[in-house]
Design a protein around this ligand. Sequence first.
Ligand code: UVW
Length: 331
Amino acid sequence: MPRWVNRPEGSNWGDFGADDQIGRMNLLTPERRRAALAEVREGIAFTLSLPLDYPGAMIAMRKPPRLFVEQLDGEPAYNQVNDHCSDVMCDDGVVLYTQFSTQWDSLAHMGQKFDADGDGLAEKVYYNGYRADEHLLGPDHPEGPCAKALGIENMAAAGIQGRGVMVNFKAVYGKEYFWVGYDEMMRTLEAQKVDVQKGDFLLMHTGYDEEVLAMNRQPDKSKLDLTGSVLNGNDPRLLKWIDDSGIVAICSDNLAVEGYDWNAPPGADHPILPLHELCLFKLGIHLGELWLLHELADWLLAHERSAFLLTAPPLRLPGAVGSPATPIATV
Ligand code: UVW
């Protein structure tokens, strides 16, 4: 049985195959990776991850990582020695919220209430028609919590490496809170001579990362909420451009790539994060958030460049809906 008979307007469900789970990452072909390698001229690498204990405290429901140590032979497995050898050994575990710090959203991160099966009633459904409770299993399910489809391991297995391009909103709009629609995006791309190609990762620098670092693990949420540029998910021309551009991902130094429209009228028939709806639900475009971009963005601006090789795998962690990332850009 097909999972859906209705596909959302403007979606690409089925275009990459009936059971596709990686969306636009299908565009990362060997030719495109070779083109990305050609962007490496200096051999300088930039680490695009915050230390994973930043922002430092809970700014959504997510908490900082907690390390722990197990017992081995009745002792904590840390600085441990035994009588049979000269070795000293440490081991540890971690409780890690997959989206606390520098992260990837998998396509399981956000779905919509939508009538995919054509029975006249909306159900909870995700990219390519995968379903809540059948594929996305909650904590009450004997096998849950687990994304049996669309989990981040699918992205990890796809070899996340390609051509990245930087759009530097901070350089144009400063660190003030500013909504970027189609016109502002086009103006900035043109001014910075950013040539966005099909299969590219679009990175956007807003200055939010510098504020997070400056807060030294004591985040001031009310200040961060009003820091830097955010994409305007309510601008249909911007959404159309994202679709037409052929980009595989949008990665930002801020919390959610787009702005939260707190003034939107309440109602169950529209998303609060329309760009998430477009990217994660309709088109299979992954979102990267809380990336550390200021050093790379400054370097690119100073050298009148915008493109680079990006290598950014998530953890190959079966069933997870997000993942920490330690992306590397090489220029
Ligand atoms: C939400 O906060 C809902 O999502 P994200 O982590 O993608 O910003």
